[in-house]
Each structure stands twice: as structure tokens, then as C-alpha cells.
Design a protein around this ligand. Structure first.
Ligand code: ADP
Length: 161
């Protein structure tokens, strides 16, 4: 059975992430979407909330599992005996960081390969950070995130004011 891990913060998920999930799922039998706590990035949503939203958004997709993990993504991959990491690549801005991370991960574990996938061009400039900023300024972001995510964002951001 072919398996892959798609790690990230998903704070919150966007249609960009879902686009990558859909594409990756065509390549493997099981895609584990792995949510990192990422305390350094001061996430808006707790890891449980991020997992729960991803589960809701991927409910209808066969072969997708959402889990949380801690530590290095390569270590998580090794533990699960999965040798494929999926990362999304947007416009050039992602390249340097992703390049660095993929090569560092390779130093940690030669047997885990990182594969980059490009989203549809409509999501090439979309990021969770941008969405959080836009919603905090009152924008309607339903073209970029499912409506239940927009609702959760509003609740969360209103609660913080
Ligand atoms: P991280 O903190 O790991 O960068 P993100 O949730 O921001 O977490 O991203 C997880 C993965 O999804 C990364 O590989 C990122 O490049 C990719 N990604 C995020 N947004 C998009 C998008 N709009 N299109 C394609 N890939 C994306």
C-alpha cells in the first residue's frame, strides 16, 4: 500500500491545502495529513481545532486520515514506516525555505523523500496567514476557505478583540 504524509500547521486549512490533498491522494492509497502544534508560530487555533476542521473538510475523501504529531516530520514518517513527505509549493517565495527543509530532512533520514506539488494557480498566492489578516480586517474569504472555516475564524478573531 502506497502511503504519504502531508505535514504542516494548517492554521487554518485553506483551499490551497485541500487542493494539495486532492492531488496527493491520486498518487497514494493513504494520505496522512499531519498537523504540527507549531508553538513557535503562535497559532490562532489549537492543534485539536485544526485537526477537527481538517477532518470535517476531508470527511468525504477516501484514503485521507488526519492526525496530530509532535517533533520532526521525518521522525513521524519513520515511526509510521512511511517514506514519502508531501509539501505544497506556491510562488517562488516558498522555494528557499522548502529547499532547505527538504535537504535537512534528507540528512536526518535518507530513506524519506520529499515530493513537492503545485496547487491550481488560483491558490498559488494563498496562505493561512493572509486569510487571518483578511478576516481580521473584515474581508469575506469564502473563495479561499470553506464557509465553516470562515465562521470559525470570525468567532475566534472576534473573541480576541
Ligand atoms: P507550515 O507551517 O508547515 O509551512 P502550512 O500550513 O503553512 O504549514 O503549510 C503546510 C504545507 O502546505 C506547506 O508545504 C505549504 O507550502 C503548503 N501550502 C500552504 N498553502 C498552500 C497553498 N495555497 N497552495 C499550495 N500549498 C500550500
Amino acid at each position: 500500500m502506497k502511503q504519504a504524509i502531508y505535514p504542516g500547521s494548517f492554521d487554518p486549512l485553506t483551499y490551497g491545502h485541500l487542493d494539495i490533498i486532492r492531488r496527493a491522494r491520486r498518487l497514494v492509497d493513504l494520505l496522512v495529513v499531519a498537523v504540527a502544534p507549531n508553538v513557535d508560530k503562535k497559532p490562532l487555533f489549537t492543534v485539536q481545532e485544526r485537526v477537527e476542521m481538517l477532518r470535517q473538510a476531508t470527511r468525504h475523501m477516501r484514503g485521507v486520515r488526519v492526525e496530530q504529531f509532535g517533533g520532526l516530520s521525518v521522525a513521524f514518517a519513520r515511526k509510521r514506516k512511511i517514506h514519502l513527505l508531501i509539501r505544497g509549493l506556491r510562488a517562488v517565495s516558498d522555494f528557499e525555505y522548502e529547499f532547505q527543509m527538504a535537504l535537512t530532512n534528507r540528512r536526518f533520514d535518507e530513506t524519506v523523500e520529499t515530493v513537492f506539488m503545485m496547487p491550481s494557480e488560483s491558490y498559488s498566492f494563498l496562505s493561512s496567514k493572509l486569510i487571518k489578516e483578511a478576516v481580521s480586517l473584515g474581508a469575506d474569504v469564502k473563495a479561499f476557505v470553506p464557509s465553516f472555516v470562515q465562521r470559525r475564524l470570525r468567532e475566534k478573531l472576534d473573541g480576541r478583540r
